[in-house]
Ligand binder design. Structure first.
Ligand SMILES: Cc1cc2nc3c(=O)[nH]c(=O)nc-3n(C[C@H](O)[C@H](O)[C@H](O)COP(=O)(O)O)c2cc1C
Ligand SMILES: O=C(O)C(=O)c1ccccc1
Length: 359
């Protein structure tokens, strides 16, 4: 087989390899999948304005995020159950990633992942009704050396993902979320009529009454920085920072929650302006090339996260497949920085984009 050269080629190879039900869970979105498609399409509409007569002989992709030096501004978004893609699951991803946001629904323990990790780990949390589940995870993350927490705001319940509803999707027996006690996980393996097992589970276990005061309470439980994920408006960025958040992840959950929500890259400039340098602004959703990474940085992102692309790499080749996908994105980003006359990330701003208001 010829080497796979693009994320799109990994996507096609992963689809060949994975059972259809797992493929649909990983790749699908909610509703008509309009936001899923919009995330990718919105990037393609952002045209670049290269400049020349700039010394681009030493491109530098490195950056600092929450005090940690990273070789590239590309991390892995929190995705549940990496063992759906590969038996080693998150341990393989952690070896490949320079920044991994571990899902609270990870299929390996926080400690196993920490022992394997090549770079910083952050732990993503949902707002469980049983608050002691949240605080217990915060303690474990601190003890295992995780460097930040990420509270996902966009999931008061799991969205209607019609592919999963039609298949009666449930997590296969044998793949578990070992960081959550069995009582909290009840029902995730049983198909139900008219709803995916995860959607039903989320209605039972997630507290949909999450308010700003709860975010402030979570921040007070820990010295770790707490980022909020799922921000699409200046209003929510401001509220979150005012209640203790250290940064935000601009995201629509990869088009899996509110179908019709704005493409994440189209929400980025508004959110970055509201944050105004008070903390990092990450973006996820639809990043499929290094040029997409550059576009997000130009609109104010401090770094980007990729969700599905990492899982496609994992499905194709475990640790080395995940690494290959991240290496493709980094190589494409370097190429785009050199060819656009922006050899350092500090050179990347909105002057790179056609038709974007410049300060
Ligand atoms: C299979 C799958 C599982 C996910 N699980 C979680 C999760 O447990 N927690 C979370 O905050 N986001 C979760 N997400 C959303 C991702 O963190 C991220 O927002 C999204 O995948 C980014 O879009 P992309 O896949 O286009 O890169 C999941 C996404 C996918 C595809
Ligand atoms: O599938 C998802 O996108 C997700 O966020 C989730 C929610 C609950 C359990 C597992 C994953």
């Amino acid at each position: 087989m010829d080497a796979l050269l693009t994320v799109a080629e990994y996507e096609a190879a992963a689809q060949e390899l994975l059972p259809p039900g797992i493929w649909d869970y990983l790749s699908g979105g909610s509703g008509q999948e309009r936001t899923l498609a919009a995330n990718v399409d919105a990037f393609a509409r952002l045209a670049l304005r290269p400049r020349f007569l700039v010394d681009v002989s030493e491109p530098d992709l490195s950056t600092t995020l929450l005090g940690a030096r990273l070789p590239t501004p590309i991390g892995v978004a929190p995705v549940a159950y990496h063992r759906l893609a590969h038996p080693e699951g998150e341990v393989a991803t952690a070896r490949a990633a320079s920044l991994l946001v571990v899902s609270v629904f990870a299929s390996r323990t926080l400690e196993e992942i920490a022992a394997a990790a090549a770079g910083p780990l952050w732990l993503q949390l949902y707002w469980f009704r049983r608050r002691e589940v949240v605080t217990g995870l915060v303690r474990r993350a601190e003890d295992a050396g995780y460097q930040a927490l990420v509270l996902t705001l966009d999931t008061p319940r799991v969205g209607r993902r019609l592919r999963d509803v039609r298949r009666g999707f449930a997590i296969p027996a044998g793949i578990v979320a070992p960081n959550l006690e069995a009582a909290v996980m009840a029902g995730t393996h049983e198909a139900v009529d008219g709803e995916s097992a995860l959607a039903r589970h989320s209605r039972e276990q997630f507290d949909p009454a999450l308010r700003p005061a709860d975010l402030a309470w979570l921040c007070a439980q820990t010295d770790l920085p707490v980022l909020v994920k799922g921000v699409l408006t200046a209003r929510d960025a401001e509220l979150a920072l005012a209640h203790g958040a250290a940064g935000v992840v601009v995201s629509n959950h990869g088009g899996r929650q509110l179908d019709g929500a704005v493409a994440s890259v189209d929400a980025l400039a508004e959110v970055a302006a509201a944050v105004g340098g008070r903390g990092p602004v990450l973006l996820d959703g639809g990043v499929r090339t290094g040029v997409d990474v550059l576009r997000a940085l130009a609109l104010g992102a401090s770094a980007v996260l990729v969700g599905r692309p990492a899982l496609w790499g994992l499905a194709v080749g475990g640790e080395s497949g995940a690494r290959a996908v991240l290496d493709i994105l980094a190589a494409e980003l370097e190429d785009a920085m050199v060819l656009s006359g922006r050899p350092r990330l500090s050179d990347v701003d909105s002057s790179l984009l056609a038709g974007v208001q410049r300060p």
